[in-house]
Write a protein that binds this ligand. Structure first.
Ligand code: AMP
Length: 621
């Protein structure tokens, strides 16, 4: 290919043309909102789901976070919303409050061009007051966790009689968290005539049964991705939360030996803002997206080819078929919504038999995507570390050295300045090295040449993202965890519901997870005693979480959670509310049980024979 050829080619690996949102049936204010957000094309799950939902048919969709599934169900709901109806028209059930809030925010952004649409998050841990007054004022969409929705239904404060759309989001997670019964009860309390969409990352038999029972002739939508592999591309990833991405990218740009680079982001707006930020940091960067006229896009691409530009910040659409040999690096600033796009993106490097580097930023919640990438590329991306301040400093010093060496090569100019310097040294009686240092200050300006390793806030923040979720202090939502916690990491907590109250472990996990924002792996053994239960929770549980949990009810009873100090303490202190009840219980237990069982704290045996230690192993229950 000659440099004059069109840089945007119809390469064979070009993504197939996808219909736009308009062709899927999205119109008016919803379409405008999507344009405001800078979404260029629907993601595969959106392309498949939106027309089906708009046609009124139920949907079972296999999709995870990051695929764009929220818009896949939210857009059709909003498209058909009757704003004049004040009782809830749509209900979305989500397993955690983080997800519920996220879905709410998404709904609000998609409804930003509509007038008077009210979306209400309803989750445990938040006072009822706000929820009740909002419900009284009238809401169109309710997004909630099953436990709290059940509470509202029991209190008669949530009217689902006019409900038309029901969405089960991350259905498998909801079941794993012990919400199966709640979900079924909620389903049973909604009108017959409604549309249901169920989204789940996996399709265990339980979910299939649920779908068969409550959905009518649903269309099953699974997004399969073509696999492709390009062995000359090295794939790496960095776990980093959204707010640190720009700084992390800047650091990578400093130390990585790159020639030309494409940085992929999700939306048109982001191409502009990121390119601007990179320019402000001294890089030659330009944005290309579907809104940039073709002529200008080609100009930017040609500049990249000729080395007049080093970085293109692009969306998938703008980079279709892009073929520039000089691109040594592809950075997925945002991971794409499907693996097909991923494969296409990284294929922009490693052209013409060269090697290429692909670096992907993965937020802690997106870690699971690595498995998909691995499957799609048949290559395991390796985790990279954020370049340290030392790495950055040594690159800066060698660049500084190189600049001196290059300047020294310009003999004529060196000659002309030598006299000026000699004159200064003679008149001011300063060593030449000091004059050189002073000139370095002039050249460097106010920006320090080196970073201070003792003040590396970015490394601290990125390290926090890379710690197991339990230890994280950032606001990044939790993600499913795979590693097991060691025994010493848990502490026993006592809650005032037991076998007598017909409580089951999954209810405990569901309620505590929901109200306290805990993840499944925050639970150790659960030992249900006749009148109370002992639950193992992280030893370093934030007192604020405990505070929130204290108002939780299970089976209608206030759980009054508190650290358990063992049977001795239980005997002397007793439960806070029941005069003497604890004593009676302890005596009976002491008398009736074999000696080795007297300690109510969970033992190793408890742990091994309690399958609910990890609720996700309970599938099929
Ligand atoms: P979700 O899977 O719904 O959590 O969406 C993941 C992310 O993709 C969110 O940040 C959305 O804003 C974004 N997103 C969803 N659909 C699109 C699209 N068609 N184009 C670009 N970004 C999208």
């Amino acid at each position: 290919m000659t440099p004059d050829d069109a840089a945007l080619t119809d390469a064979p690996e070009e993504l197939p043309a996808t219909p736009g949102f308009e062709e899927l049936g999205i119109t008016g204010p919803v379409l405008k909102a999507i344009r405001d957000l800078g979404y260029e094309t629907p993601s595969p799950i959106q392309a498949a789901t939106i027309p089906t939902l708009l046609s009124g048919r139920d949907v079972v969709g296999m999709a995870q976070t990051g695929t764009g599934k929220t818009a896949a169900f939210a857009l059709p709901v909003l498209e058909r919303l009757d704003v004049s109806q004040k009782t809830p028209q749509a209900l979305v059930l989500a397993p955690t409050r983080e997800l519920a809030l996220q879905v709410c925010e998404a709904f609000e952004s998609y409804a930003s061009r509509m007038k008077g649409v009210h979306v209400l998050p309803v989750y445990g841990g938040q006072g009822y007051g706000v929820q009740l007054s909002a419900l009284r004022r009238g809401v169109h969409v309710v997004v909630g966790t099953p436990g709290r929705i059940m509470d509202h239904l029991a209190k008669g404060t949530l009217d689902l009689s006019e409900l038309q759309y029901l969405v089960l989001d991350e259905a498998d997670e909801m079941l794993k968290m012990g919400f199966a019964e709640d979900v079924e009860q909620i389903l049973a309390q909604t009108p017959e005539e409604k549309q249901v969409a169920l989204f789940s990352a996996t399709m265990p038999p339980q979910i299939r049964r649920l779908a068969q029972k409550y959905l009518r002739d649903p269309e099953e939508i699974t997004i399969t991705s073509k696999t492709a592999t390009n062995k000359n591309i090295t794939q790496r990833y960095l776990v980093v939360s959204y707010s640190q991405k720009v700084d992390a990218l800047t650091r990578i740009l400093e130390v990585e030996n790159f020639d030309g680079m494409i940085v992929f982001v999700r939306t048109k707006n982001e191409t502009e803002t990121l390119a601007e930020k990179l320019r402000a940091r001294g890089y030659s960067a330009a944005a290309i997206n579907g809104d940039v006229p073709q002529v200008q896009r080609e100009r930017s691409v040609n500049q990249l080819k000729d080395g007049k530009l080093d970085i293109l910040v692009a969306t998938d659409v703008a980079a279709r078929g892009l073929d520039v040999e000089r691109i040594s690096h592809v950075v997925n600033f945002d991971i794409p919504t499907d693996t097909e796009s991923y494969v296409h993106r990284i294929g922009r490097t490693g052209r013409a038999g060269r090697t290429g580097d692909a670096i992907s930023f993965i937020t802690p919640r997106e870690r699971y995507l690595l498995k998909h990438i691995e499957k799609a590329t048949r290559q395991e991306p390796t985790q990279m570390q954020l370049p340290t301040t030392e790495d950055v400093n040594s690159t800066r010093l060698s660049r500084f050295d190189d600049a001196i060496t290059t300047a020294l090569g310009d003999a004529a100019r060196i000659e002309s300045f030598r006299d000026v310097i000699a004159h200064y040294v003679r008149n001011h009686d300063v060593p030449e090295a000091d004059v050189a240092a002073a000139l370095a200050i002039v050249a460097q300006g106010d920006t320090p040449l080196l970073l201070d390793p003792a003040d590396d806030q970015l490394a601290k923040a990125v390290a926090a993202d890379n710690r197991p979720p339990r230890e994280r202090t950032t606001r990044e939502p939790r993600e499913p965890r795979t590693e097991r916690r060691g025994r010493g990491d848990y502490s026993p907590y006592r809650i005032e519901v037991g076998r007598r109250h017909r409580v089951e472990p999954r209810q405990i996990v569901g309620a505590l997870a929901n109200e306290g924002g805990l993840g499944r792996d925050d639970f150790g053994a659960i030992n249900i005693r006749p009148d109370f239960s002992i639950v193992e929770l992280p030893a370093n549980l934030d007192p604020a979480v405990l505070d929130k949990l204290s108002g939780t009810r299970i089976s209608g009873r206030l759980i009054e959670i508190r650290p358990d100090r063992g049977p001795g303490a239980r005997r002397s202190a007793g439960p806070r509310d029941g005069a003497g009840r604890g004593d009676r219980f302890e005596r009976r237990d002491r008398d009736d049980r074999p000696r080795r069982d007297r300690d109510d704290r969970p033992t190793r045996d408890d742990r091994s024979d309690k399958p609910f230690r990890k609720p996700r192993h309970k599938s099929g229950s």
